[in-house]
Design a protein around this ligand. Structure first.
Ligand SMILES: CC(C)(COP(=O)(O)OP(=O)(O)OC[C@H]1O[C@@H](n2cnc3c(N)ncnc32)[C@H](O)[C@@H]1OP(=O)(O)O)[C@@H](O)C(=O)NCCC(=O)NCCS
Length: 267
């Protein structure tokens, strides 16, 4: 169902509602607490923030989702700094998820970013969701994480014009420092301004391991998984390439994640 989705720029009068929506969207996926709503709150006042790409989606006049972008850079091995943009958080209110809102926000803002002349978009996100919007793995362009990780599936990239990422191989993707510097204290302070929400209890990875064959359990050992949320760090592609993991094991992971309300894997 993709009807009745309206995409428009965020207005100051949306700020609070967007922060609440962001918390609702991320809460079930973040054991203990999530900080994405604080991130949105802080980002808006930072120089890296891009107001021209701060969009909300509405369904029948009700706020359904939001996407925010900020300036980031690729630092090349010869120390050049090349501007790119990053998005996140991307949030869809739980009652409006899986109705095309995320897809619509992405399509609209990617086109807008292109027409504004930006070079490319990078992000850390679900490796099985963003390829649907045209993203590829950062490593396909030779781009590494800020801490030099190669072949890191959640790092995704989209050049916005031909050859936009040429010459960036070996470069590191560096986001605004706000993404790394939010503290628990700030979050606790910010939470006080919002209605109390009961933290989500972590679900032990044992519920998954109990349903896998020994070969798949062995394959997962190096990831040191403790809870089901840890599983979300592994993409479906990466999992299916592990020795000892067959199609059945991938299906089992997907089922267990769904049963516990954690989205994982290509649908
Ligand atoms: C992830 C999110 C932005 C997707 O937006 P959405 O409007 O719900 O999704 P869309 O309707 O555009 O796309 C739905 C499709 O994507 C799939 N999908 C949704 N989230 C997914 C995920 N995390 N991993 C893999 N596939 C996913 C759905 O199964 C569905 O598949 P189908 O079209 O084959 O039925 C939204 O669900 C959300 O806000 N989630 C919580 C917060 C979050 O995780 N944000 C993203 C941070 S990287």
């Amino acid at each position: 169902m993709t009807n009745n989705i309206t995409i428009r720029l965020e207005l100051p009068s949306d700020f609070r509602a967007v922060e609440e929506l962001t918390r609702e969207a991320f809460w079930p996926h973040s054991e203990h607490s999530c900080n994405e709503h604080l991130l949105v709150h802080k980002l808006r006042s930072l120089p890296a923030f891009i107001p021209e790409l701060d969009y909300v989606a509405e369904i029948n006049g009700k706020l359904a989702g939001n996407i925010v972008y900020s300036k980031a850079k690729i630092v090349t091995p010869d120390a050049r700094e090349v501007e790119v943009i990053a998005f996140g958080p991307l949030s869809v209110a739980p009652e409006f998820q899986n109705q095309g809102v995320g897809k619509a926000l992405l399509a609209h803002t990617i086109a807008e970013a292109k027409s504004l002349g930006y070079r490319g978009i990078l992000l850390f996100g679900h490796p099985d969701y963003y390829p649907r919007a045209g993203f590829r793995r950062g490593w396909e362009f030779g781009i590494l994480t800020a801490d030099d990780r190669d072949k890191f599936d959640p790092l995704m990239a989209m050049p916005l014009f031909d050859g936009a990422f040429d010459g960036l191989s070996g470069g590191r993707f560096v986001e605004d420092s706000v993404f790394e510097t939010l503290t628990d204290e700030e979050l606790a302070e910010f939470e006080k301004s919002l209605a109390y929400k009961t933290p989500v209890e972590p679900v032990s990875v044992d519920v998954l391991l109990a349903r896998l064959l020994p070969s798949a359990i062995t394959a997962l050992e190096p990831f040191k998984l403790k809870t089901l949320n840890d599983v979300r760090r592994i993409s479906e592609r990466a999992l299916s390439q592990l020795p000892g993991v067959d199609r059945g094991a991938v299906e089992t992971v997907r089922s267990v994640m769904r049963e516990h309300g954690r989205l994982w894997g290509a649908a």
